[in-house]
Design a protein around this ligand. Structure first.
Ligand SMILES: Cc1ncc(COP(=O)(O)OP(=O)(O)O)c(N)n1
Ligand SMILES: Cc1ncsc1CCOP(=O)(O)O
Length: 494
């Protein structure tokens, strides 16, 4: 028998006869994420787009039989919890989870979009006491967060406190979704925290009445992405993009709010959220100048001598990436690099040292994700420097997108020996996907393990720039390699 490769996700939730939410939305989502969905149906609801007419909670024996049937044959990689209806269901699920070691996402479903009660009174306390401590992630909307905390949350400014308080009740982490909170800068903002770290995901404010199944779809998309091996932060970004896409494409099917659409992996940048550590300020973001066209071949080198050597060859984009100089020696190296850039009319980016780059009026700076924690981004923009940002994952792209930089670097495409990397190579298919999502809005460059042979396949993805260290700096004849690489870039551009 073939071994199983497809991850299994269970949905323990209620059936929505209208097909827009509950188990039905979860299975549609699992299908789009190419995971196998198993179901434990906690209740049968008779509902349409107007109202929940009837709720029949699954008898205990039937509930237990479903769990046992799956547990013995189709064990879950991830479990998603939705409508848990009453205390008996919550208790039985909590008991099962005591022995379960996988990831648990809980959407604390309380009220349907049409206003119908989906959780009996008093069950919330039971959920907090018995289930919260076993939830890796809770995904309440505003009213669910208020019910859990038993207090009103008065707006975006109170969300961080509320999320921390929910974590203090026992959940490992929480994301409060912002669909019912006021929009800011025409975006909706979700906040995640595990009580130590926190971040905001801000996505387009989509004006639609067809929001039925949003919470179910969001939580099941997170569960599916985790089962597919994504880190939680990536899973949140992907799931938010999936829901935004679903809201944008949703159509009204009955007389009331229509269901969120389930139309595959998100593809459009407009659906992707941006990621930021703080709630985005009101008003416009800092603006960075463009790179004046495609970057082309982009050597990353560790000295001004290398810059001089490669600019003579006609290279038009280059980065000074110095790791072993400081003080006056560092400043002198940067000054020389900037002067060479002016002399050869080339784009010289300075890695890491953004303050000196500003003082020396460099063409641009390149920052990694850790640098973003400490750099004064507004100051770089105000000084008129270009900004390039490294990205390795979905959430890092979401973070870069929040800054609207001059270019985004995507890597590592292949494994690299030039830098210790906590990330697996993204591969050419994922690079192609990034080109599809980002290419219309951002100047891009691909980096990591690329040599002449690989550059051909990398350029075939549509990316118009390849950044490299070792293939150039460790070549026997760097000038010849650069000439060949520049020719490849030119051919790809025509
Ligand atoms: C074009 C380009 N892409 C990525 C990087 C990596 O930058 P960073 O993440 O800051 O890591 P270090 O270069 O500092 O090791 C880069 N330098 N250039
Ligand atoms: C700095 C950096 N960031 C992502 S991959 C990488 C190293 C690229 O070096 P090489 O081209 O030698 O693989």
């Amino acid at each position: 028998m073939a071994s199983r490769k497809k991850p299994i996700v269970w949905s323990i939730a209620g059936s929505d006869s209208g097909g827009g939410a509950g188990i039905q939305a979860d299975l549609a989502t699992f299908h789009n994420f190419a995971v196998h969905g198993c179901t434990v149906i906690t209740a049968i609801t008779a509902q349409n787009s107007f109202a929940v007419g009837h709720v029949s909670v699954t008898p205990r024996r039937t509930l237990a039989a479903q769990i046992n049937a799956l547990d013995s044959d189709l064990p879950a990689d991830v479990i998603k919890l939705g409508m848990l209806a009453d205390e008996g269901v919550v208790s039985m699920v909590a008991k099962y989870l005591e022995g379960y070691i996988g990831f648990v996402v809980c959407d604390p479903v309380m009220v349907s979009t049409s206003g119908g009660e989906l959780m009996a009174t008093g069950v919330c306390e039971c959920l907090i006491e018995k289930l919260l401590p076993r939830c890796d992630l809770l995904t309440p909307n505003l009213s669910e967060a208020e019910a859990i905390l038993n207090r009103k949350i008065k707006g975006l400014d109170e969300i961080e406190r509320a999320a921390a308080d929910i974590v203090a009740l026992g959940a490992r982490s929480v994301i409060i979704t912002g669909g019912h909170l006021t929009a800011r800068n025409n975006e909706r903002h979700d906040y995640w925290t595990d009580g130590i770290e926190g971040f905001w995901l801000s996505g387009a404010n989509i004006d639609t009445l067809n929001t039925h199944g949003t919470g179910c779809t969001f939580s099941s998309a997170i569960a599916a992405a985790i089962a597919r091996g994504y880190d939680l932060r990536d899973a949140l970004v992907i799931a938010k993009a999936y829901v935004s896409q679903g809201l944008r494409m949703a159509v009204q099917l009955g007389g009331g709010p229509g269901p969120v659409a389930h139309v595959g992996w998100p593809q459009r940048l407009a659906d992707f959220p941006s990621f930021s550590r703080r709630l985005p300020a009101l008003g416009p973001r800092p603006v960075f100048p463009s790179c004046d066209g495609e970057l082309g071949l982009y050597p990353v080198v560790d000295s001004a001598d290398w810059i001089a050597r490669l600019l003579v060859c006609g290279v038009k984009t280059i980065q000074l990436r110095v790791k072993n100089l400081q003080g006056e020696a560092l400043r002198k190296e940067i000054q020389r690099a900037v002067a060479l850039g002016r002399e050869y009319n080339a784009r010289v980016f300075i890695n890491d040292f953004w303050k000196i780059a500003i003082e020396e009026q460099a063409y641009g700076v390149h920052l990694g994700q850790e640098d973003l924690d400490v750099a004064d981004i507004a100051m770089i923009a105000k000084a008129g420097l270009r900004l390039g940002v490294s990205t390795h994952t979905y959430y890092e792209v979401a973070r870069a997108h929040g800054l609207r930089p001059s270019y985004i670097a995507i890597g590592p495409v292949y494994s690299t020996t030039s830098k210790q990397m906590p990330f697996s190579p993204q591969g050419v298919p994922q690079l192609r996907r990034w080109v599809g999502i980002l290419g219309g809005d951002y100047t891009l460059t691909a980096i990591g393990g690329i040599d002449i042979k690989r550059a051909k396949e990398v350029l075939r993805t549509g990316v118009r720039s390849v950044a490299m260290i070792s293939a150039i700096t460790q070549a026997e004849d760097p000038e010849a390699v650069v000439a060949e690489l520049m020719a490849l870039h030119e051919a790809a551009a025509t």
